[in-house]
Design a protein around this ligand. Structure first.
Ligand SMILES: Nc1ncnc2c1ncn2[C@@H]1O[C@H](COP(=O)(O)OP(=O)(O)O)[C@@H](O)[C@H]1O
Ligand SMILES: [Mg+2]
Length: 279
């Protein structure tokens, strides 16, 4: 049985100009301990589909699905208290903008300790020592000093490490990482990805990694879902996807990798579609 199983998920937004379908009948599942990459260009509905799972979409979203289960349990209609015991504990999520995800008015230590006290019921003292352990686990240097820092006193990479520390605090069985390195410098991106992969292995978590970068997919994923304009274009294990992509859209994403570049400019997906239609 899959850990998370989503069938025929559709998300529509009510907008001033009518209803807009952001996710159009997508199936996604992830098994225990598995790394699933969801890849696609900006706007393809990657974030919206996972925010729907987390119950984090605004009221303007209408969500339907034939199945939405976690560990065999229906999660489409949880009460607020059921949702709180699941989301933020068993399933956690980290976002693209680490600095914006932290509250600028409080120290990072206060923020992680709040989560530990509220979500895990730890005492203040236990929360403090657990926060230090977590800062060490995510490779924050001088954790005793850093725990007293405000977000603006830390680099983007360090803020993302704090967010990761918060996300793994409850020992989740599923971590959803939504473009966790996109906002970071290239050199830091690899460190954060390596950290996520190490934690995924150490904790035996399932990881859903949302990315627009096929290079990231190649380095991390067991299985890949390729998404375009709210629809699933292709799903395959990572080796098959790279060796024998079935969808033209997947081939377009692959051709945008630097090693396939010709000339002085990287080809874009629209270049590729132009070639396909010219044929
Ligand atoms: N709250 C919202 N209201 C209306 N449209 C939205 C909302 N959130 C996202 N969208 C739209 O849904 C589509 C998918 O967005 P998103 O899932 O964020 O894309 P991705 O994560 O793949 O870049 C986009 O066209 C986006 O503009
Ligand atoms: Mg997104």
């Amino acid at each position: 049985m899959a850990l998370l199983n989503i069938k025929n998920l559709t998300v529509k937004f009510a907008t001033a100009t009518g209803s807009f379908t952001a996710v159009d009948g997508i199936d996604v599942h992830v098994d225990r301990g598995e790394v699933l990459a969801i890849v696609g260009e900006s706007g393809s509905g990657k974030s919206v589909s996972m925010l729907a799972v987390m119950g984090l979409l605004p009221d303007t979203a209408s969500i339907t699905a034939d199945e939405m289960t976690y560990d065999g349990r229906d999660i489409s209609n949880l009460s607020a208290s059921e949702r709180r015991t699941l989301i933020g504990r068993e399933i956690t999520m980290i976002f693209q903008e680490p600095v914006a995800s932290l509250n600028p008015s409080f120290t990072v230590g206060f923020q992680i300790e709040e989560v530990l006290r509220l979500n895990l019921g730890l005492s203040r003292r236990d929360a403090q020592s657990r926060a230090l352990d977590l800062f060490r686990a995510v490779g924050i240097p001088e954790p005793e000093a850093k725990i007293k820092a405000y977000p603006h006193q830390m680099s983007g990479g360090q803020c993302q490490r704090v967010m990761i520390a918060i996300a793994i605090a409850s020992n989740p069985r599923l971590l959803i990482a939504d473009e966790p390195t996109t906002a970071l410098d290239v050199t830091i991106q690899k460190q954060i990805l390596d950290l996520l992969m190490k934690l995924q292995e150490d904790y035996g978590m399932a990881l859903i990694l949302i990315t627009h970068d096929m290079g990231v997919v190649a380095e991390t994923a067991d299985r890949v879902v390729v998404q375009y304009q709210g629809k699933k274009m292709e799903e395959a294990d990572v080796l098959s996807l790279f060796e024998n992509p079935q969808s033209p859209y997947t081939r377009a994403l692959l051709s945008a990798l630097p090693e396939h570049a010709t000339g002085d400019r990287l080809p874009t997906v629209s270049d590729f579609f132009a070639q396909e239609t010219a044929r």
